[in-house]
Structure formats: C-alpha cells, structure tokens
Design a protein around this ligand. Structure first.
Ligand SMILES: [Zn+2]
Length: 435
C-alpha cells in the first residue's frame, strides 16, 4: 500500500511545485517589466556585467531555479540560465569571457561532450579569480543529480569533475485504459512522449499498436522516479509494462543488465553487434579511464576505442535505436549518438560524413556514416563509445545483449523480481484511482 500512496503524494507535490514555479515566473516577468519601464533604472545590459548585485534587483537564484534567474551571484561569480536558442559562444560573450577560454573548456569536454547539449533550464556558473579576474571554474548544472565542474589546471587548459549522484528511486504505478490511440492514452495518464515512444519500441516486434490494441484494453506501467533530498530530479525509467488486449497480454520487465524481458525471460530487445564496421580494423588506442596524457601527465580518460581505418569506411549502428545527436564538435569532430533500447547508448566520432538525421530510427547493422579524420585527430580513425546506464564502458569487453533470454542460472532471480512487480500491479483497482 505504501508504494501505491507515495506516488500520489509525489505527483501532488510536483503539481504544486509546477504551479509555484509558474506563478513565480509570472511575478518575475511582471517585476522585470516594471524594472525596464522605470525611467531611472539602469540599462538592461547592466544585469550581465560584473558589478555587485543591486538591492532592488529581482530575487536570488535559489528562489528561481529556472528562466529569469538573475545572472549575478557576487562580483566574481556570474550565473546564466540556458534559454531556448542560446549557444555557448554568445553566452561567453555576454559574461565577457574570451572565446579562447571557451575553446580550452571545449577541449576538456571532448571526452564527456556534456556541453554539446544545453537544455533550457540548465545553468552555467562562472567563477573568476578575485585578483586576476581570470576564469577559474565553470559549473554546468544539468539537474540535481548531475553536474559537471570545469576547473582551470594551468594557463592553457581546463579539466573536469563530473558529479553524478545516485539519489533514491521511488516506484510509481500508472494505469490506464485505451481511449483513442495507445499513444494518447499513455500521455493522458502522465507518461512522457519519450517514455511512450520507448514502450512502443519495446514491443515493436510483438504488438501492432494500431491493429492489436483497441478501445477498452488496459495497460499498466511501473515507473521509477529519481529524488535528491526529497525532490524529483526529472530523471525516470520504466521498470515494468503490462498491456492487456482482448485475447493476449504482453509484458516487459527491466532486468539488471539494462534490458527488457517478457515474463518467460525472453529478451524484447534485439542483440547488439560488437563492431560498428565490417571486416577487421586495427585498434590504435584502447579504452582506458586512467590514461595519462603523454605531455601534460594528467589523467585524461579515453572513453572509447579507436580503430585505424581509411577515411570513407562505412560505419554501422551496433544496435536498434534512435539517433539522439548529429553534431560537429571542434575536438570530437563530426559525430553521431544513438540511444538504444534499455539503457545503452553509442557514439561514433571523427566522421567524414553522416548519413542519418537526429530523431531517425535506425536498425542494428544500418549504415549511419562514413569514417573520417575530423576534429582533433592524429590520423584517420573511428572513435567508438558504448555507454551502459550513463557510464562509458569498454566496448570490446562489455557484456552486450547478445543472448536472447535470461541465462538459466539467473532465471529464478529474474522470476522473483518480475513476481514482485506483478504483485505491485495487482493491487485492488480503487488504489490506482488518481495516480
Ligand atoms: Zn579515441
């Protein structure tokens, strides 16, 4: 019962919080409007300068985590909240930090690529040295459980620390009946577009959502929500799904290997292939998280494997998935990122030509690009990364989903976990109302 009630309170909290943020934003817009209209108020540019915070400026950052946060925290610390259409170069200009410093930070970010996707609401906090006024630190705040701190190590370079907090996870049960399409019905019970897309992808080989699912059928989803200090971070993952159609039922359970299996332990995801190319290419640099840079002697992780190959070698997606990034990075070069079923992600760097678009669905073995030598590269090669649950792993050694079912020795454990999730979903129906 406990597990059922918590989510209700959680959701109410979230709704309350969303309302509060909305009102705060409206109030701030109003105050800011008055501020601009006032004849003797300083020019709006003033807000982005390095001068101390004025007493009559709007509230401080901690009261307004999003949108209209004033950029100034103190005379040597400036904060900027990312807004739609923002780009790093313009942000650096607005806080009067030279573009050469941005390049130093981008060089440090090459192995993380966290700065390549800035979402509205993320914040950047720039800290200068009090005496020299030089930038010594830039903090990227992505969400409460994920931050990256870029800090200066010498005159010409920065390094980073990535902070990933595990937080706590709360289970939430969502339940609905089909009215119209599955897609609409899933959104109406509070699943996001992405989660709904993940669910339809998960069952794509088993269920034809327009033919097999009809009005009156019902479905259940167990979702895990991440909290830090009792606050939702916005991160979630689907742990179980059941869909009951007229004469069939379909199940999916997330297992510890990051893949989804049905109640008989059969994998729902398709297998991965080990290499993103055909034939053989020599490994020119191995995966090594403790690699020391030959010149700076600092730890400079190599989060992928480099394969030497001539420019123009066809590159294939190693699994089914959706293209989440098509980018051109000064140091990583032209690259593609693909999000796969479960919690896998792959990246392909230094390409010469990319043949897919962001948002496009790709299949295992589908050509996505031609290899190249773009970005900071010492010769034609492919840098290939595999991430599992947000962490880069050795793509040559990682256990990738090759097996089509849960191994025999793990089956009992899997069944027990699935049974727990099923019993959660089988709580009396009145308990589900309002969730
Ligand atoms: Zn590499």
């Amino acid at each position: 019962m406990n597990a059922i009630w918590k989510p209700t309170q959680l959701q109410q909290k979230r709704r309350r919080r969303n309302r509060q943020i909305l009102w705060m934003a409206i109030t701030l817009v109003f105050i800011f409007g008055l501020f601009l209209l006032s004849p003797d108020s300083p020019s709006p540019n003033r807000v982005t300068t390095d001068e101390p915070l004025q007493a009559d400026t709007p509230p401080t950052a901690e009261q307004t985590p999003a949108a209209t946060t004033p950029p100034l925290v103190s005379d040597h610390i400036v904060q900027r909240t990312i807004e739609p259409g923002d780009n790093l170069s313009a942000i650096f200009d607005s806080v009067k930090i030279h573009q050469s410093i941005l390049l130093q930070i981008l060089a440090a970010d090459e192995s993380l690529l966290a700065l390549d996707i800035l979402r509205p609401g993320n914040t950047l906090t720039f800290s200068r040295d009090k005496e020299t006024r030089e930038l010594v630190k830039m903090e990227l705040y992505i969400h409460p459980a994920h931050q990256v701190i870029y800090h200066r190590v010498d005159e010409n370079s920065f390094d980073y620390n990535e902070i990933v907090l595990p937080g706590t996870w709360e289970q939430q049960l969502l339940s609905g009946e089909i009215e119209g399409s599955f897609y609409q019905s899933a959104l109406s019970i509070g699943l996001s577009e992405q989660e709904t897309g993940n669910i339809t992808d998960l069952f794509k080989n088993k269920v034809n959502f327009s033919r097999d699912i009809r009005a009156g059928d019902h479905f259940q989803v167990v979702r895990n929500l991440q909290l830090i200090d009792g606050k939702l971070t916005g991160q979630s993952h689907i742990e179980a799904v059941r869909i009951f159609s007229r004469n069939q039922h379909y199940t999916a359970f997330l297992y510890e290997d990051g893949n989804y299996y049905d109640d008989r332990g059969e994998s729902l995801g398709r297998a991965f292939q080990r290499y993103p190319f055909k034939g053989h290419h020599r490994v020119s640099s191995n995966f090594n998280l403790a690699r020391r840079h030959p010149i700076t002697k600092r730890i400079s992780p190599h989060k992928g494997v480099d394969f030497a190959m001539p420019v123009g070698t066809p590159i294939y997606s190693t699994g089914d998935g959706v293209v989440t990034r098509v980018k051109n990075h000064r140091y990583a070069g032209k690259y593609v990122e693909i999000q796969h079923d479960g919690r896998y992600l792959t990246r392909y760097l230094h390409l010469s030509r990319i043949t897919v678009k962001r948002g496009q669905k790709v299949q295992r073995g589908e050509r996505i690009a031609l290899s190249g030598n773009t970005g900071r590269s010492t010769g034609p090669h492919l840098h290939y990364e595999l991430h599992v649950k947000g962490k880069a792993v050795n793509p040559l050694k990682a256990k990738i989903p090759m097996a089509a079912s849960i191994p025999k020795e793990k089956f009992q454990e899997f069944q027990q976990k699935a049974a727990e999730l099923i019993s959660l979903m089988e709580q009396p129906r009145f308990d589900l109302v309002g969730i």
